[in-house]
Design a binder for this molecule. Structure first.
Ligand SMILES: Nc1nc2c(ncn2[C@@H]2O[C@H](COP(=O)(O)OP(=O)(O)O)[C@@H](O)[C@H]2O)c(=O)[nH]1
Ligand SMILES: [Mg+2]
Length: 310
């Protein structure tokens, strides 16, 4: 499958809901832009979790441009697409790299958001590019997380540094980066816990890991990726805010887009965190993570609507 086909497949749930709803809206050929139409369109857009602000902007734009006119479905979709593109920020072109030595990437987020899976996917991408990768199993809180990362690292041919169960994650992180330096690895990715006894403990731990990374390599971490579960919708945003504050995140990985019809959530996410979405997760397999591209994302959201909608 090509890149766009993968994104399209990943956004299938979102585009299918949009397809049903938008086609309903255009049962007659051409539709008068009146109060009822604007209200229905607004409701459809809000259903994607893009937020009432953005949905309202789109509604108002169509209102002011086309009030009392008859519009074809294609014209409306075109306006919605253009406006969504304006509201979205571009991806920011891949990950930052160290000027010399290994690039250190720290990965944070709520339990179950997809951190460990995304690390495995990232490691696989780097391995495909011929890079040498060291993984730090910094989620020592859950024994299963270490196991999971070990299995993935064996598959992709990445090296893994782990501690005893319950070991200090900061010391695991320290050893992982030191190992990456000493083995001249290109990339070091640090996994972290998403849950501890208390939220305060967790935030302190993340701050400490970040500090320790900088002690081994002064400009590390080069990226701090915040992993967000798209199926959590807008609720996930408030949950993740603490992580952003504690770890100083530089980019977002938005996972599980394949599992939700609320793909529009990417807009409030970008607006709230003001850091670029770098990758999107569209499945559980190792190849199911793609670089984020706003134009392709918007195209994919509406791909189904137009495929059979004319
Ligand atoms: N469908 C789907 N599942 C995902 C995706 N990313 C992660 N998962 C699943 O989400 C669950 C939790 O992932 P995990 O990486 O263990 O989360 P962590 O607790 O943040 O490390 C696992 O069952 C993963 O297979 C994705 O993009 N799509
Ligand atoms: Mg994990």
């Amino acid at each position: 499958m090509g890149l766009f086909e993968l994104i399209k497949a990943g956004l299938k749930k979102t585009s299918q809901v949009l397809r049903t709803d938008i086609r309903d809206l255009f049962k007659q050929e051409g539709r008068l832009v009146d109060e009822e139409f604007l209200r229905d369109l607004f409701a459809i857009l809000v259903k994607t979790d893009m937020g009432v602000g953005p949905a309202g902007e789109i509604r108002d734009e169509i209102h002011s441009e086309s009030r009392a006119r008859r519009l074809q479905m294609h014209d409306v979709i075109e306006v919605v697409r253009q406006k969504l593109l304006q509201l979205m920020t571009q991806g920011g072109g891949g990950l930052s790299a160290a000027s010399s030595g290994p690039t250190v990437i720290m990965v944070v987020g709520v339990n179950g958001s997809g951190k460990t899976t995304s690390i495995a996917k990232l490691a696989q991408r780097f391995r495909n590019d011929g890079k040498r990768v060291v993984l730090g199993a910094g989620d020592t809180f859950r024994a299963a997380a270490v196991e999971q990362l070990t299995i993935w690292s064996q598959r992709s041919g990445a090296e893994i540094v782990q501690g005893e169960s319950g070991a200090d994650p900061a010391s695991v992180a320290h050893r992982a980066v030191s190992r990456a330096v000493e083995s001249s690895a290109d990339i070091c990715i640090i996994d972290t816990a998403g849950r501890l006894q208390t939220q305060t403990n967790l935030m302190q731990q993340l701050t400490k890991i970040r500090r320790v990374l900088g002690k081994v390599l002064p400009d590390a971490p080069h990226e701090v990726l915040l992993v967000l579960d798209a199926t959590a919708g807008q609720n996930g945003i408030s949950q993740a805010r603490g992580f952003h504050e504690a770890a100083g995140c530089t980019g977002i990985v938005l996972t599980k887009l394949d599992g939700t019809a609320k793909g529009g959530v990417i807009i409030p996410i970008q607006q709230q965190f003001k850091i670029p979405v770098k990758y999107i997760g569209v499945g559980e397999g190792m190849d199911d993570m793609l670089p984020f591209n706003a134009e392709q994302f918007v195209q994919a959201m509406f791909a189904d609507v137009e495929d059979g909608g004319r």
